[in-house]
Design a protein around this ligand. Structure first.
Ligand code: DC
Length: 229
């Protein structure tokens, strides 16, 4: 059967999924789909419209009306919301915080999961495949993905990386505070009723705590080369 190859990368926040997925997609010549960026774009739209973040009806309408485009770029991919470049704005602490509400909304998840499936199947056709990263790719978005990876890293490592990013962005905070945030996000991601973060029995677990981006991307790449399906 001639179908596109799907590589699913799931894992907790701050494990380095985005950079690893981007590097892996480049090595494979595949399309890279950052699904977290899509939840963030809907969150930004909801915040701008001062929506009630607990109202599924409001959030569903916003998700439906949000045209989200992911465009490859260097060093960062670009994210467009209804034609506007929002790549930076979707990364603010305010959006990160509020995104948990959007990720909890079942109707929003339905809309985004369906778009992700469509993007993976059709947008990636010219590339021969797609690398999708998120929380529920191997479980809900592409349960039949040919390759499923679970990229993990210790809470300490993830907090240190996050602290560096925040410092770069001029945000003043402490390692303790960031560690608390990372733990709280893990709780929310794991305990979400729908689309929660979960390994599948067939997921290959890669601990990215002590590997470089190139090292992890290479480990995934070698695995795919050796297990061509
Ligand atoms: O990976 P990230 O931090 O950019 O994700 C942003 C938010 O979206 C976060 O609250 C987790 C959520 N998310 C999700 O629920 N499912 C996905 N497939 C990807 C992200």
């Amino acid at each position: 059967m001639n179908r596109v190859t799907i590589v699913a990368i799931d894992g907790p926040a701050g494990a380095g999924k985005s950079t690893v997925a981007k590097t892996l997609a480049r090595k494979l010549g595949f399309l890279h789909i950052d699904t977290g960026a899509m939840y963030r774009a809907v969150t930004l739209s909801a915040l701008r419209q001062k929506a009630d973040l607990k109202s599924d009806a409001e959030l569903e309408k916003i998700a439906r009306d949000s045209k989200i485009e992911l465009k490859p770029g260097d060093p960062e991919n670009k994210v467009f919301l209804n034609g506007e470049d929002v790549s930076r704005e979707i990364r603010t602490p305010e959006v990160t915080q509020a995104s948990a509400h959007i990720a909890n909304s079942v109707p929003v998840r339905k809309i985004l999961v369906s778009r992700q499936q469509q993007m993976g199947r059709s947008d990636s056709a010219p590339y021969g495949g797609a690398v999708l990263e998120g929380r529920d790719i191997g479980t809900d978005v592409f349960p039949d993905a040919q390759y499923k990876f679970y990229l993990d890293a210790s809470v300490e490592m993830r907090a240190e990386r996050r602290l560096k990013d925040l410092e770069k962005a001029g945000v003043k905070t402490s390692l303790e505070k960031v560690m608390e945030d990372v733990k709280a996000r893990d709780e929310r991601d794991i305990n979400r009723a729908v689309g929660g973060l979960r390994k599948t029995p067939e997921s290959i677990v890669v601990d990215h705590s002590h590997l470089t981006v190139e090292g992890s991307a290479d480990a995934l790449y070698q695995y795919i080369r050796q297990h061509a399906r």
